[in-house]
Design a protein. Structure first.
Length: 276
DNA sequence: CTGAAGACCTGCCTGC
DNA sequence: TGCAGGCAGGTCTTCA
């Protein structure tokens, strides 16, 4: 389901519903998703202090009055993970794996049909050293992600530029949809070797990646099949796709047909006339 | 080292 | 109608 804009949208939706709420009960319907789940019963009686995001990970800051070492509940939505906030009485839905009952009578439910999602309960002061975070590249919307950085990361690399911008070790949050969309806007062919792109064009690529992600966040994410917000409302960025999912349709810019290829096992969409 | 491919899992759509 | 096959927003592991 989620790339960076979708996770950010989920975070923004959950923040007002969870901040300063106490978790009074945890019901776990299975012991593992992609990986074994941590002992979530440890969260009973604890308070959520903030809902943050790093890359595509949701971070729930947990306050523990009994110890000085704060913990963070880290949650990755995988492909189909969703969080919903419902009245506590609402019955358990299909593929609903975990339920957190809150002090205000609401409950936070995690649903995930494919179970590619995963979670961990980590010490806040050890977060950055954890394997999930240690090798992550910069946030695309931060100042660290600039043309100087990207040019260095791309130098000498023969891998297709699409694979490189999707590599979380280089820059986080650019998934399959926004990779195609960004390369279209930048006029760069997705199979072009990353190391063979001029600095001027990389400058444009940085600009459009930030632009595309920002616009998608402002639109509340993209809705494809099953992405919904905490309140069940859809995102609207899918209406703005220029190439993603449009193979065989006409390019809005030049009227040629949009193509689809497979790169690293993922579909890529592009216009062979507009992108070089 | 790099890059490609397979693995994880279920659901949905297409075409025969 | 039924069923096989392909495909899906992510990331980790394995292999060349």
């Amino acid at each position: 389901m989620p790339e960076l804009p979708e996770v950010e949208t989920v975070r923004a939706g959950l923040e007002p519903l969870l901040t300063d709420r106490d978790i009074i009960g945890v019901i776990c319907h299975r012991s593992s998703l992609r990986y074994p789940l941590p002992d979530l019963s440890l969260l009973q009686g604890k308070r959520v202090k903030a809902v943050r995001r790093r890359a595509k990970y949701l971070l729930f800051d947990i306050e523990d009055a009994n110890t000085e070492r704060a913990k963070v509940l880290v949650w990755h939505l995988g492909m189909t993970g969703q969080f919903h906030v419902l009245p506590e009485q609402a019955k358990c839905g299909l593929h609903e794996h975990v339920c957190f009952n809150l002090s205000d009578g609401q409950s936070l439910r995690y649903r995930d049909a494919r179970r590619f999602g995963y979670a961990g309960l980590l010490y806040a002061d050890k977060l950055e050293q954890h394997a999930w975070f240690a090798a992550l590249g910069p946030e695309p919307l931060s100042d660290t992600f600039g043309v100087e950085y990207l040019a260095k990361a791309c130098a000498g690399r023969k891998a297709p530029v699409k694979n490189v911008i999707m590599d979380a070790g280089i820059v986080v949050g650019v998934g399959n949809i926004y990779a195609s969309e960004s390369l279209f806007r930048a006029g760069i062919h997705p199979t072009r070797a990353a190391g063979r792109i001029s600095t001027e064009r990389l400058q444009l690529l940085v600009k459009v990646i930030r632009q595309v992600l920002r616009e998608a966040i402002d639109a509340g994410g993209s809705t494809i099949s099953d992405f919904v917000h905490a309140d069940g409302k859809p995102g609207y960025f899918a209406h703005s796709f220029q190439v993603y999912g449009r193979q065989g349709e006409r390019c809005f810019a030049c009227d040629k047909l949009i193509k689809r290829i497979s790169q690293a096992g993922r579909s890529t969409f592009y216009c062979s006339n507009c992108q070089h």
